[in-house]
Write a protein that binds this ligand. Structure first.
Ligand SMILES: C[S@@+](CC[C@H](N)C(=O)[O-])C[C@H]1O[C@@H](n2cnc3c(N)ncnc32)[C@H](O)[C@@H]1O
Length: 233
């Protein structure tokens, strides 16, 4: 039984997305089709950036064994990596039980039970230590300042707001335990309210190596932070 953390009123406040408006998109690679199904309000932009992620992973990282989409929403980025053969196994997690339920439904409908694990988790709190990743991808909440100056985002807006960058900090603090040596983290961030200097100290404080910061056209507002766990420490 899924406990909703967004009320119907809150769902409708988000970008004029209508309650119960189901989206069903096919990710079509030459090898396999995955149909991803979710309520429209759960999409946090992954459908817009999944192609960027695939291009970057293909060009800079290559095929990995175990990929993890952090704060996955409907899991569109992760399912795209799986569909295009850029990972052999996929792990997804989100704090929102409705996003988790949507991911589980996609897994079930596409018979991906042997290839995909899904967790409901505040950052990595409920991810078992046995989960070890070669690659973490993420399109986390992009904005740290609430429009009205309040400090805690309303539940319907945890997709967008990470006040004080606490979600980012908690993620970087805990991810190294789950990264294989040489493992990669690739996050999409937004230039409108952040800069690489906001995240670089978090990356370096936990001993990760900053590999590259770059933009990908045609999304000039977005930039990508690529960091890596070294083979030595
Ligand atoms: C910008 S949306 C991205 C969703 C999806 N990855 C996409 O690209 O469509 C940010 C996501 O972060 C999740 N989130 C917010 N705080 C979180 C936390 N503390 N732990 C895990 N997920 C969190 C939200 O529920 C939301 O699904």
């Amino acid at each position: 039984m899924t406990t909703a953390i967004f009320t119907d009123e809150e769902k409708n406040m988000y970008g004029n997305q209508v309650i119960g408006h189901k989206i069903s998109k096919k990710i079509m690679s030459p090898d396999r089709v995955i149909r991803v199904t979710y309520d429209e309000y759960i999409d946090g932009g992954g459908t817009a950036v999944a192609e960027d992620f695939m291009r970057i992973v293909k060009d800079k990282i290559g095929v990995v064994d175990n990929a993890y989409e952090f704060a996955a929403g409907p899991g569109y980025i992760g399912f795209a990596l799986l569909s295009f053969g850029l990972c052999k196994h996929l792990t997804l997690s989100d704090i929102n039980p409705e996003a988790v339920a949507a991911c589980r439904k996609t897994v079930e409908m596409n018979n991906l039970q042997d290839e995909v694990n899904v967790y409901e988790s505040d950052c990595l709190d409920d991810i078992p230590k046995s989960e070890q990743f070669d690659l973490v991808v993420g399109n986390p909440p992009h904005f740290c300042t609430m429009p009205n100056g309040t400090k805690i985002p309303p539940l319907w807006d945890i997709r967008t707001y990470d006040p004080g960058w606490n979600v980012h900090r908690k993620f970087y603090d805990d991810i190294t335990l789950h990264l294989k040596p040489g493992g990669h983290i690739l996050f999409c961030e937004n230039i409108l309210q952040s800069a690489p200097r906001d995240f670089i100290p978090m990356i370096r404080e936990v001993g990760l190596d900053l590999e590259e910061v770059f933009t990908v056209t045609p999304n000039p507002d977005f930039y990508y932070m690529w960091s890596r766990k070294l083979y030595y420490s």
